[in-house]
Design a protein around this ligand. Sequence first.
Ligand code: MN
Length: 566
Amino acid sequence: MPETWIDAYQPGSLIHRALARAREAHGGSLRESGDPYITHCLAVARTVHHFHLDEASVAAALLHDVVEDTKVTLGSLTEEFGSEIASLVEGLTKLKAVPYPAGDLKVENLRKFILSFSKDLRVLIVKLADRLHNMQTLSALPKERQEKLAWETTEIYAPLAYRLGMQQLSGELEDLAFPYLHPEEYRWLRRAIAGEFEARQVYAERLKPIITKLLGSFGIHPIAINARAKRYSSLYKKLQRYAMDLEKIHDLVAVRIIVPTVEECYATLGALHQQWPPLPGQFDDYIARPKPNGYRSLHTTVFCVNHEITEFQVRTQEMHEADELGIAAHWAYQQVKSSAGAAKRWAGVTNRSELQWVEQLRRWQQTFQSNRDFMDALQQDFFKDRIYVLTPANNVVDLPAGATPVDFAYRIHTDIGDQCVGARVNGQIAPLDRELRSGDMVEIITQRGKKPSEDWLRFVKTAQAKQHIKGSLRSRKRPLEKRSLASFLEIKIVNHDRPGYLREVTTVFAESRINITYVAGAADHRRRYSTVTLRCEPLLPAKLGRLLVALKRLPGTKEVHHRMGS
Ligand code: MN
Protein backbone atom coordinates (compact mmCIF):
# COMPACT_ATOMS: atom_id res chain seq x y z
CA MET A 1 0.00 0.00 0.00
CA PRO A 2 1.50 3.40 -0.90
CA GLU A 3 2.05 5.34 2.32
CA THR A 4 0.72 8.71 1.19
CA TRP A 5 -0.08 9.83 4.74
CA ILE A 6 3.61 10.24 5.42
CA ASP A 7 3.77 13.07 2.87
CA ALA A 8 2.05 15.18 5.52
CA TYR A 9 5.43 15.31 7.28
CA GLN A 10 8.44 17.28 5.99
CA PRO A 11 11.32 15.23 4.54
CA GLY A 12 14.06 14.98 7.17
CA SER A 13 11.60 15.64 9.99
CA LEU A 14 11.10 13.51 13.09
CA ILE A 15 8.72 11.05 11.42
CA HIS A 16 11.08 10.38 8.53
CA ARG A 17 14.03 9.93 10.92
CA ALA A 18 12.00 7.50 13.02
CA LEU A 19 11.00 5.57 9.90
CA ALA A 20 14.62 5.33 8.75
CA ARG A 21 15.67 4.12 12.21
CA ALA A 22 12.92 1.48 12.31
CA ARG A 23 13.77 0.33 8.76
CA GLU A 24 17.42 -0.05 9.67
CA ALA A 25 16.72 -1.80 12.99
CA HIS A 26 14.27 -4.36 11.64
CA GLY A 27 16.53 -4.84 8.60
CA GLY A 28 15.54 -7.78 6.46
CA SER A 29 13.33 -9.50 9.04
CA LEU A 30 9.95 -10.71 7.87
CA ARG A 31 6.56 -11.12 9.48
CA GLU A 32 4.90 -14.52 9.55
CA SER A 33 2.89 -13.43 6.52
CA GLY A 34 6.18 -13.09 4.60
CA ASP A 35 5.88 -9.29 4.41
CA PRO A 36 8.87 -7.17 5.44
CA TYR A 37 8.55 -6.31 9.15
CA ILE A 38 8.56 -2.58 8.41
CA THR A 39 5.12 -2.88 6.75
CA HIS A 40 3.71 -3.55 10.24
CA CYS A 41 5.39 -0.46 11.71
CA LEU A 42 4.07 1.66 8.84
CA ALA A 43 0.54 0.30 9.20
CA VAL A 44 0.47 1.06 12.93
CA ALA A 45 1.86 4.55 12.37
CA ARG A 46 -0.70 5.18 9.62
CA THR A 47 -3.56 4.33 12.00
CA VAL A 48 -2.10 6.56 14.73
CA HIS A 49 -1.78 9.36 12.19
CA HIS A 50 -5.42 8.93 11.20
CA PHE A 51 -6.41 9.15 14.86
CA HIS A 52 -4.87 12.68 14.75
CA LEU A 53 -2.37 11.91 17.48
CA ASP A 54 0.75 14.07 17.76
CA GLU A 55 4.08 13.48 16.04
CA ALA A 56 5.66 11.86 19.10
CA SER A 57 2.95 9.16 18.97
CA VAL A 58 3.41 8.57 15.25
CA ALA A 59 7.18 8.28 15.77
CA ALA A 60 6.64 5.89 18.70
CA ALA A 61 4.33 3.83 16.49
CA LEU A 62 7.08 3.48 13.89
CA LEU A 63 9.56 2.46 16.60
CA HIS A 64 7.19 0.47 18.82
CA ASP A 65 8.80 -2.94 18.23
CA VAL A 66 12.48 -2.02 17.95
CA VAL A 67 13.37 -2.46 21.62
CA GLU A 68 11.44 -5.72 21.93
CA ASP A 69 12.56 -7.30 18.67
CA THR A 70 15.91 -5.77 17.71
CA LYS A 71 19.22 -4.78 19.28
CA VAL A 72 18.16 -1.13 19.73
CA THR A 73 18.05 -0.13 23.43
CA LEU A 74 15.88 2.40 25.25
CA GLY A 75 19.04 4.34 26.06
CA SER A 76 19.96 4.80 22.43
CA LEU A 77 16.36 5.77 21.58
CA THR A 78 16.44 8.41 24.32
CA GLU A 79 19.66 9.80 22.91
CA GLU A 80 18.38 9.88 19.39
CA PHE A 81 14.71 10.85 19.83
CA GLY A 82 14.40 12.21 23.38
CA SER A 83 12.78 10.88 26.52
CA GLU A 84 9.15 11.46 25.47
CA ILE A 85 9.32 9.08 22.51
CA ALA A 86 11.55 6.63 24.38
CA SER A 87 9.07 6.41 27.25
CA LEU A 88 6.19 5.80 24.84
CA VAL A 89 8.18 2.94 23.28
CA GLU A 90 9.02 1.62 26.73
CA GLY A 91 5.31 1.48 27.55
CA LEU A 92 4.79 -0.59 24.40
CA THR A 93 7.61 -3.02 25.13
CA LYS A 94 6.87 -6.31 26.85
CA LEU A 95 8.91 -7.55 29.79
CA LYS A 96 11.53 -10.16 29.06
CA ALA A 97 10.60 -13.57 30.39
CA VAL A 98 13.64 -14.10 32.63
CA PRO A 99 12.59 -12.86 36.11
CA TYR A 100 9.07 -14.24 36.03
CA PRO A 101 7.66 -17.73 36.27
CA ALA A 102 6.04 -18.57 32.96
CA GLY A 103 2.44 -18.35 34.12
CA ASP A 104 2.76 -14.89 35.60
CA LEU A 105 4.46 -13.17 32.71
CA LYS A 106 1.21 -12.40 30.92
CA VAL A 107 -0.28 -10.78 34.00
CA GLU A 108 2.91 -8.89 34.83
CA ASN A 109 2.95 -7.56 31.29
CA LEU A 110 -0.65 -6.46 31.62
CA ARG A 111 0.13 -4.69 34.91
CA LYS A 112 3.08 -2.92 33.35
CA PHE A 113 0.96 -1.93 30.37
CA ILE A 114 -1.79 -0.53 32.61
CA LEU A 115 0.76 1.45 34.61
CA SER A 116 2.24 2.87 31.41
CA PHE A 117 -1.00 3.91 29.80
CA SER A 118 -2.46 5.29 33.01
CA LYS A 119 0.45 7.75 32.97
CA ASP A 120 0.15 8.42 29.26
CA LEU A 121 -2.95 7.38 27.30
CA ARG A 122 -1.06 7.66 24.03
CA VAL A 123 0.57 4.33 24.93
CA LEU A 124 -2.84 2.69 24.92
CA ILE A 125 -3.91 4.24 21.63
CA VAL A 126 -0.71 3.18 19.84
CA LYS A 127 -1.13 -0.30 21.34
CA LEU A 128 -4.68 -0.47 19.99
CA ALA A 129 -3.41 0.50 16.54
CA ASP A 130 -0.77 -2.24 16.87
CA ARG A 131 -3.44 -4.77 17.85
CA LEU A 132 -5.68 -3.66 14.98
CA HIS A 133 -2.99 -4.48 12.43
CA ASN A 134 -2.12 -7.76 14.16
CA MET A 135 -5.79 -8.75 13.92
CA GLN A 136 -6.01 -7.66 10.29
CA THR A 137 -3.11 -9.98 9.49
CA LEU A 138 -4.06 -12.79 11.85
CA SER A 139 -4.65 -15.38 9.13
CA ALA A 140 -0.87 -15.83 8.76
CA LEU A 141 -0.44 -17.17 12.30
CA PRO A 142 -0.78 -20.74 13.60
CA LYS A 143 -4.24 -21.62 14.89
CA GLU A 144 -3.31 -21.66 18.57
CA ARG A 145 -1.92 -18.13 18.49
CA GLN A 146 -4.88 -16.96 16.44
CA GLU A 147 -7.22 -18.07 19.19
CA LYS A 148 -5.11 -16.54 21.93
CA LEU A 149 -4.84 -13.17 20.21
CA ALA A 150 -8.53 -13.18 19.26
CA TRP A 151 -9.49 -13.92 22.86
CA GLU A 152 -7.30 -11.14 24.27
CA THR A 153 -8.63 -8.74 21.69
CA THR A 154 -12.24 -9.44 22.65
CA GLU A 155 -11.68 -9.54 26.39
CA ILE A 156 -9.17 -6.74 26.85
CA TYR A 157 -8.43 -4.50 23.88
CA ALA A 158 -11.89 -4.02 22.35
CA PRO A 159 -13.36 -3.07 25.77
CA LEU A 160 -10.50 -0.65 26.36
CA ALA A 161 -11.11 0.98 22.97
CA TYR A 162 -14.80 1.22 23.83
CA ARG A 163 -13.99 2.88 27.12
CA LEU A 164 -11.86 5.44 25.32
CA GLY A 165 -14.96 6.30 23.27
CA MET A 166 -13.39 4.77 20.15
CA GLN A 167 -16.50 2.79 19.36
CA GLN A 168 -15.74 2.12 15.74
CA LEU A 169 -12.30 0.76 16.55
CA SER A 170 -13.76 -1.34 19.35
CA GLY A 171 -16.37 -2.82 17.02
CA GLU A 172 -13.80 -3.47 14.34
CA LEU A 173 -11.53 -5.33 16.77
CA GLU A 174 -14.42 -7.50 17.92
CA ASP A 175 -15.44 -8.18 14.37
CA LEU A 176 -11.92 -9.22 13.38
CA ALA A 177 -11.73 -11.60 16.37
CA PHE A 178 -15.19 -13.11 15.93
CA PRO A 179 -14.48 -15.63 13.10
CA TYR A 180 -11.48 -17.01 15.04
CA LEU A 181 -13.36 -17.39 18.31
CA HIS A 182 -16.64 -18.68 16.90
CA PRO A 183 -15.90 -20.07 13.43
CA GLU A 184 -19.08 -22.12 13.16
CA GLU A 185 -21.37 -19.37 14.39
CA TYR A 186 -19.68 -16.99 12.00
CA ARG A 187 -20.31 -19.27 9.01
CA TRP A 188 -23.92 -19.85 10.10
CA LEU A 189 -24.53 -16.13 10.51
CA ARG A 190 -23.11 -15.27 7.12
CA ARG A 191 -25.30 -17.83 5.43
CA ALA A 192 -28.38 -16.92 7.46
CA ILE A 193 -28.32 -13.20 6.89
CA ALA A 194 -26.90 -13.01 3.37
CA GLY A 195 -30.27 -12.56 1.61
CA GLU A 196 -31.91 -10.58 4.38
CA PHE A 197 -28.95 -8.29 4.59
CA GLU A 198 -28.96 -7.45 0.90
CA ALA A 199 -32.70 -6.77 0.97
CA ARG A 200 -32.25 -4.40 3.89
CA GLN A 201 -29.49 -2.52 2.15
CA VAL A 202 -31.52 -2.09 -0.99
CA TYR A 203 -34.35 -0.86 1.21
CA ALA A 204 -32.09 1.63 3.02
CA GLU A 205 -30.87 2.97 -0.31
CA ARG A 206 -34.46 3.48 -1.40
CA LEU A 207 -35.13 5.41 1.80
CA LYS A 208 -32.43 8.02 1.21
CA PRO A 209 -34.31 10.26 -1.28
CA ILE A 210 -37.51 9.87 0.72
CA ILE A 211 -35.76 11.07 3.88
CA THR A 212 -34.01 13.90 2.06
CA LYS A 213 -37.36 15.11 0.78
CA LEU A 214 -39.06 14.72 4.15
CA LEU A 215 -36.34 16.63 6.01
CA GLY A 216 -36.25 19.28 3.27
CA SER A 217 -39.90 20.03 3.93
CA PHE A 218 -38.87 20.85 7.51
CA GLY A 219 -35.99 23.05 6.31
CA ILE A 220 -33.37 20.49 7.39
CA HIS A 221 -30.51 19.74 5.01
CA PRO A 222 -28.56 16.69 6.13
CA ILE A 223 -24.81 16.53 5.55
CA ALA A 224 -25.03 12.81 4.89
CA ILE A 225 -27.44 9.88 5.03
CA ASN A 226 -25.76 6.48 5.26
CA ALA A 227 -26.95 2.94 5.52
CA ARG A 228 -24.83 1.22 8.16
CA ALA A 229 -24.66 -2.57 8.35
CA LYS A 230 -24.57 -4.09 11.81
CA ARG A 231 -21.31 -5.86 12.59
CA TYR A 232 -21.34 -9.65 12.72
CA SER A 233 -19.97 -9.71 16.26
CA SER A 234 -22.57 -7.37 17.70
CA LEU A 235 -25.30 -9.06 15.69
CA TYR A 236 -24.26 -12.37 17.21
CA LYS A 237 -24.31 -10.95 20.74
CA LYS A 238 -27.77 -9.54 20.15
CA LEU A 239 -29.04 -12.79 18.64
CA GLN A 240 -27.98 -14.64 21.76
CA ARG A 241 -30.32 -12.40 23.72
CA TYR A 242 -33.18 -13.08 21.29
CA ALA A 243 -33.01 -16.87 21.11
CA MET A 244 -31.16 -16.66 17.75
CA ASP A 245 -34.32 -15.29 16.08
CA LEU A 246 -33.25 -13.03 13.20
CA GLU A 247 -36.80 -11.71 12.83
CA LYS A 248 -36.34 -9.84 16.10
CA ILE A 249 -33.33 -7.86 14.91
CA HIS A 250 -34.47 -4.51 13.59
CA ASP A 251 -31.12 -2.83 13.13
CA LEU A 252 -29.47 -5.23 10.72
CA VAL A 253 -29.10 -2.10 8.64
CA ALA A 254 -29.46 1.20 10.47
CA VAL A 255 -29.85 4.53 8.72
CA ARG A 256 -27.50 7.21 9.98
CA ILE A 257 -28.41 10.84 9.40
CA ILE A 258 -25.77 13.52 9.95
CA VAL A 259 -27.04 17.08 10.30
CA PRO A 260 -25.25 20.39 11.00
CA THR A 261 -26.49 21.24 14.51
CA VAL A 262 -27.83 19.68 17.71
CA GLU A 263 -31.14 21.55 17.19
CA GLU A 264 -31.45 19.87 13.80
CA CYS A 265 -30.84 16.46 15.41
CA TYR A 266 -33.99 16.94 17.48
CA ALA A 267 -35.86 18.52 14.56
CA THR A 268 -34.94 15.49 12.44
CA LEU A 269 -36.20 13.14 15.13
CA GLY A 270 -39.46 15.11 15.27
CA ALA A 271 -39.84 14.92 11.51
CA LEU A 272 -39.23 11.13 11.50
CA HIS A 273 -41.71 10.53 14.30
CA GLN A 274 -44.30 12.74 12.64
CA GLN A 275 -44.03 10.73 9.44
CA TRP A 276 -43.60 7.23 10.89
CA PRO A 277 -44.77 6.01 14.30
CA PRO A 278 -41.92 5.09 16.64
CA LEU A 279 -41.78 1.69 18.33
CA PRO A 280 -42.44 2.12 22.02
CA GLY A 281 -39.38 1.91 24.24
CA GLN A 282 -36.92 2.02 21.35
CA PHE A 283 -35.86 5.65 21.66
CA ASP A 284 -32.52 6.67 23.23
CA ASP A 285 -31.38 10.26 23.71
CA TYR A 286 -27.61 9.92 24.05
CA ILE A 287 -27.28 13.66 23.40
CA ALA A 288 -29.04 14.76 26.58
CA ARG A 289 -27.44 11.84 28.40
CA PRO A 290 -24.26 10.68 26.65
CA LYS A 291 -22.98 7.18 27.25
CA PRO A 292 -20.25 7.19 29.91
CA ASN A 293 -17.64 6.76 27.19
CA GLY A 294 -18.82 10.05 25.66
CA TYR A 295 -20.90 8.63 22.81
CA ARG A 296 -23.64 10.99 21.64
CA SER A 297 -26.47 10.43 19.12
CA LEU A 298 -30.23 10.06 18.98
CA HIS A 299 -31.43 6.52 18.31
CA THR A 300 -34.97 5.65 17.34
CA THR A 301 -36.77 2.77 15.68
CA VAL A 302 -39.89 3.45 13.59
CA PHE A 303 -42.43 1.65 11.43
CA CYS A 304 -41.06 3.08 8.21
CA VAL A 305 -42.02 2.87 4.52
CA ASN A 306 -44.02 -0.37 3.89
CA HIS A 307 -44.20 -0.81 7.69
CA GLU A 308 -40.62 -2.04 7.74
CA ILE A 309 -39.14 -1.64 11.21
CA THR A 310 -36.11 0.60 10.74
CA GLU A 311 -33.54 2.05 13.12
CA PHE A 312 -32.31 5.63 12.72
CA GLN A 313 -29.26 7.25 14.32
CA VAL A 314 -29.17 11.03 14.19
CA ARG A 315 -26.05 13.03 15.06
CA THR A 316 -23.91 16.03 14.14
CA GLN A 317 -20.61 15.83 12.27
CA GLU A 318 -18.73 16.48 15.56
CA MET A 319 -20.52 13.60 17.28
CA HIS A 320 -19.72 11.42 14.30
CA GLU A 321 -16.02 12.24 14.48
CA ALA A 322 -15.97 11.77 18.25
CA ASP A 323 -17.47 8.31 17.74
CA GLU A 324 -14.50 7.42 15.61
CA LEU A 325 -11.75 9.26 17.49
CA GLY A 326 -13.04 9.02 21.04
CA ILE A 327 -10.40 10.25 23.43
CA ALA A 328 -8.09 10.98 20.51
CA ALA A 329 -10.42 13.88 19.80
CA HIS A 330 -8.82 15.56 22.84
CA TRP A 331 -5.53 15.69 21.00
CA ALA A 332 -7.21 16.80 17.83
CA TYR A 333 -8.70 19.54 19.97
CA GLN A 334 -5.38 20.50 21.52
CA GLN A 335 -3.76 20.83 18.14
CA VAL A 336 -6.36 23.30 16.91
CA LYS A 337 -7.19 25.04 20.16
CA SER A 338 -5.54 28.26 19.03
CA SER A 339 -8.74 29.05 17.18
CA ALA A 340 -11.61 29.94 19.47
CA GLY A 341 -14.18 28.35 17.17
CA ALA A 342 -12.43 25.00 17.31
CA ALA A 343 -12.29 25.10 21.11
CA LYS A 344 -16.02 25.54 21.22
CA ARG A 345 -16.47 22.81 18.65
CA TRP A 346 -14.84 20.20 20.85
CA ALA A 347 -16.14 21.46 24.17
CA GLY A 348 -18.87 18.84 24.20
CA VAL A 349 -16.50 15.89 24.02
CA THR A 350 -13.84 17.05 26.45
CA ASN A 351 -15.56 15.85 29.57
CA ARG A 352 -12.76 14.28 31.54
CA SER A 353 -15.01 12.49 34.02
CA GLU A 354 -15.41 9.77 31.41
CA LEU A 355 -11.78 8.90 32.02
CA GLN A 356 -11.88 8.33 35.76
CA TRP A 357 -11.66 4.60 35.20
CA VAL A 358 -8.06 4.98 34.01
CA GLU A 359 -6.94 6.29 37.39
CA GLN A 360 -9.06 3.67 39.10
CA LEU A 361 -7.43 0.92 37.07
CA ARG A 362 -3.98 2.22 37.99
CA ARG A 363 -4.76 2.27 41.71
CA TRP A 364 -6.32 -1.18 41.61
CA GLN A 365 -3.55 -2.99 39.94
CA GLN A 366 -1.40 -2.00 42.91
CA THR A 367 -3.83 -3.24 45.54
CA PHE A 368 -4.30 -6.77 44.29
CA GLN A 369 -1.88 -9.15 45.94
CA SER A 370 -2.39 -12.19 43.79
CA ASN A 371 -2.34 -12.17 40.04
CA ARG A 372 -5.38 -14.36 39.89
CA ASP A 373 -7.48 -11.85 41.87
CA PHE A 374 -6.18 -9.14 39.61
CA MET A 375 -7.17 -10.92 36.41
CA ASP A 376 -10.58 -11.74 37.88
CA ALA A 377 -11.09 -8.13 38.89
CA LEU A 378 -10.12 -6.90 35.46
CA GLN A 379 -12.51 -9.21 33.73
CA GLN A 380 -15.35 -8.77 36.18
CA ASP A 381 -15.14 -5.05 36.84
CA PHE A 382 -13.73 -3.58 33.69
CA PHE A 383 -14.33 -5.75 30.73
CA LYS A 384 -17.72 -7.40 31.23
CA ASP A 385 -21.03 -6.11 29.97
CA ARG A 386 -21.65 -2.79 31.59
CA ILE A 387 -24.68 -1.08 33.05
CA TYR A 388 -24.91 2.64 33.67
CA VAL A 389 -26.73 3.93 36.71
CA LEU A 390 -27.19 7.45 38.03
CA THR A 391 -26.41 9.14 41.32
CA PRO A 392 -28.94 11.61 42.77
CA ALA A 393 -26.70 14.36 41.35
CA ASN A 394 -27.17 12.82 37.91
CA ASN A 395 -23.62 11.53 37.56
CA VAL A 396 -23.27 8.34 35.60
CA VAL A 397 -21.66 5.38 37.37
CA ASP A 398 -20.49 2.53 35.23
CA LEU A 399 -20.79 -0.98 36.73
CA PRO A 400 -20.69 -4.58 35.51
CA ALA A 401 -24.04 -6.15 34.64
CA GLY A 402 -25.69 -7.72 37.67
CA ALA A 403 -24.21 -5.17 40.09
CA THR A 404 -26.21 -4.32 43.22
CA PRO A 405 -26.62 -1.20 45.39
CA VAL A 406 -23.70 -2.44 47.53
CA ASP A 407 -21.44 -2.48 44.45
CA PHE A 408 -22.68 1.00 43.62
CA ALA A 409 -22.00 2.21 47.18
CA TYR A 410 -18.42 0.91 47.13
CA ARG A 411 -17.85 2.47 43.74
CA ILE A 412 -18.86 5.88 45.14
CA HIS A 413 -16.72 5.63 48.28
CA THR A 414 -15.40 2.89 50.59
CA ASP A 415 -17.08 4.52 53.61
CA ILE A 416 -20.41 4.65 51.86
CA GLY A 417 -20.03 0.98 51.00
CA ASP A 418 -19.09 0.01 54.55
CA GLN A 419 -21.92 2.00 56.09
CA CYS A 420 -24.73 1.29 53.67
CA VAL A 421 -27.90 -0.16 55.14
CA GLY A 422 -30.32 0.32 52.29
CA ALA A 423 -30.96 1.94 48.96
CA ARG A 424 -33.56 3.84 47.05
CA VAL A 425 -33.75 2.83 43.42
CA ASN A 426 -35.77 5.28 41.35
CA GLY A 427 -37.21 6.70 44.58
CA GLN A 428 -38.38 3.33 45.93
CA ILE A 429 -36.67 1.54 48.76
CA ALA A 430 -34.94 -1.53 47.38
CA PRO A 431 -33.12 -4.41 49.05
CA LEU A 432 -29.34 -4.31 48.92
CA ASP A 433 -29.22 -7.40 46.72
CA ARG A 434 -31.43 -5.90 43.99
CA GLU A 435 -29.86 -6.23 40.52
CA LEU A 436 -29.48 -2.73 39.12
CA ARG A 437 -30.38 -1.87 35.56
CA SER A 438 -29.11 0.79 33.20
CA GLY A 439 -30.81 4.11 33.84
CA ASP A 440 -31.67 3.36 37.48
CA MET A 441 -31.22 6.30 39.83
CA VAL A 442 -29.63 4.97 42.99
CA GLU A 443 -29.41 6.63 46.36
CA ILE A 444 -27.62 4.91 49.24
CA ILE A 445 -28.90 5.06 52.79
CA THR A 446 -26.03 4.92 55.27
CA GLN A 447 -25.79 4.46 58.98
CA ARG A 448 -22.78 5.88 60.77
CA GLY A 449 -20.54 3.23 62.30
CA LYS A 450 -22.21 0.40 60.39
CA LYS A 451 -19.95 -2.45 59.30
CA PRO A 452 -20.22 -4.52 56.14
CA SER A 453 -22.14 -7.75 56.45
CA GLU A 454 -20.72 -11.14 55.53
CA ASP A 455 -24.02 -11.86 53.81
CA TRP A 456 -23.18 -9.26 51.14
CA LEU A 457 -20.51 -11.55 49.72
CA ARG A 458 -23.36 -13.72 48.48
CA PHE A 459 -24.55 -11.15 45.95
CA VAL A 460 -21.96 -8.44 45.23
CA LYS A 461 -20.58 -8.51 41.70
CA THR A 462 -17.54 -6.25 41.71
CA ALA A 463 -14.16 -7.41 42.94
CA GLN A 464 -13.79 -3.97 44.49
CA ALA A 465 -16.76 -4.54 46.82
CA LYS A 466 -15.69 -8.11 47.59
CA GLN A 467 -12.21 -7.01 48.54
CA HIS A 468 -13.41 -4.28 50.88
CA ILE A 469 -15.99 -6.49 52.55
CA LYS A 470 -13.51 -9.29 53.13
CA GLY A 471 -10.89 -6.83 54.35
CA SER A 472 -13.30 -5.29 56.80
CA LEU A 473 -14.48 -8.68 58.09
CA ARG A 474 -10.88 -9.75 58.60
CA SER A 475 -9.89 -6.55 60.40
CA ARG A 476 -12.68 -6.92 62.92
CA LYS A 477 -11.19 -10.23 64.01
CA ARG A 478 -14.22 -10.97 66.09
CA PRO A 479 -14.90 -14.59 66.92
CA LEU A 480 -17.78 -15.87 64.87
CA GLU A 481 -21.00 -15.76 66.85
CA LYS A 482 -22.90 -18.73 65.58
CA ARG A 483 -26.05 -17.69 67.33
CA SER A 484 -26.36 -14.35 65.58
CA LEU A 485 -25.47 -15.77 62.19
CA ALA A 486 -28.27 -18.27 62.46
CA SER A 487 -31.06 -15.96 63.55
CA PHE A 488 -32.18 -12.38 63.25
CA LEU A 489 -34.74 -9.95 64.51
CA GLU A 490 -37.12 -8.52 61.94
CA ILE A 491 -39.01 -5.29 62.50
CA LYS A 492 -41.82 -4.10 60.25
CA ILE A 493 -42.96 -0.49 60.49
CA VAL A 494 -46.13 0.76 58.82
CA ASN A 495 -45.87 4.51 58.39
CA HIS A 496 -47.10 7.59 56.56
CA ASP A 497 -44.67 8.02 53.70
CA ARG A 498 -42.78 11.27 54.10
CA PRO A 499 -39.32 12.49 53.16
CA GLY A 500 -36.69 11.86 55.80
CA TYR A 501 -38.66 9.17 57.63
CA LEU A 502 -36.28 6.37 56.79
CA ARG A 503 -33.28 8.41 57.86
CA GLU A 504 -34.91 8.95 61.26
CA VAL A 505 -35.53 5.22 61.56
CA THR A 506 -31.92 4.36 60.87
CA THR A 507 -30.83 7.07 63.31
CA VAL A 508 -32.84 5.37 66.05
CA PHE A 509 -30.97 2.14 65.33
CA ALA A 510 -27.63 3.95 65.22
CA GLU A 511 -28.22 5.67 68.54
CA SER A 512 -29.04 2.33 70.13
CA ARG A 513 -25.84 0.91 68.54
CA ILE A 514 -27.78 -1.73 66.63
CA ASN A 515 -26.37 -2.90 63.31
CA ILE A 516 -28.98 -3.04 60.56
CA THR A 517 -28.33 -5.99 58.24
CA TYR A 518 -31.23 -5.57 55.83
CA VAL A 519 -33.71 -2.87 54.80
CA ALA A 520 -36.58 -3.12 52.36
CA GLY A 521 -39.59 -0.96 51.74
CA ALA A 522 -42.93 -1.13 49.97
CA ALA A 523 -45.19 1.83 49.34
CA ASP A 524 -48.96 1.72 49.16
CA HIS A 525 -49.71 4.88 47.25
CA ARG A 526 -53.46 4.48 47.38
CA ARG A 527 -53.53 4.62 51.15
CA ARG A 528 -50.39 6.73 51.40
CA TYR A 529 -48.78 4.28 53.79
CA SER A 530 -45.57 2.46 53.30
CA THR A 531 -43.96 -0.45 55.06
CA VAL A 532 -40.32 -0.55 56.07
CA THR A 533 -38.80 -3.91 56.95
CA LEU A 534 -35.50 -3.99 58.81
CA ARG A 535 -33.40 -6.80 60.18
CA CYS A 536 -30.72 -6.77 62.84
CA GLU A 537 -29.08 -9.12 65.29
CA PRO A 538 -31.34 -10.51 68.05
CA LEU A 539 -31.69 -8.12 71.02
CA LEU A 540 -32.15 -8.58 74.73
CA PRO A 541 -35.79 -7.93 75.76
CA ALA A 542 -35.05 -4.61 77.52
CA LYS A 543 -33.14 -3.24 74.56
CA LEU A 544 -35.82 -4.42 72.16
CA GLY A 545 -38.46 -2.69 74.25
CA ARG A 546 -36.59 0.62 74.18
CA LEU A 547 -36.12 0.33 70.42
CA LEU A 548 -39.82 -0.31 69.78
CA VAL A 549 -40.81 2.68 71.92
CA ALA A 550 -38.37 4.96 70.11
CA LEU A 551 -39.70 3.80 66.74
CA LYS A 552 -43.33 4.32 67.78
CA ARG A 553 -42.50 7.86 68.87
CA LEU A 554 -41.30 8.87 65.41
CA PRO A 555 -43.79 11.19 63.67
CA GLY A 556 -45.53 9.18 60.95
CA THR A 557 -45.24 5.73 62.55
CA LYS A 558 -48.56 3.85 62.46
CA GLU A 559 -47.65 0.34 63.60
CA VAL A 560 -44.49 -1.53 64.62
CA HIS A 561 -44.28 -5.32 64.45
CA HIS A 562 -41.39 -7.60 65.27
CA ARG A 563 -40.53 -11.27 64.92
CA MET A 564 -37.53 -13.58 65.11
CA GLY A 565 -36.33 -15.24 61.95
CA SER A 566 -33.59 -17.65 60.97
MN1 MN B 1 3.70 -4.59 16.88
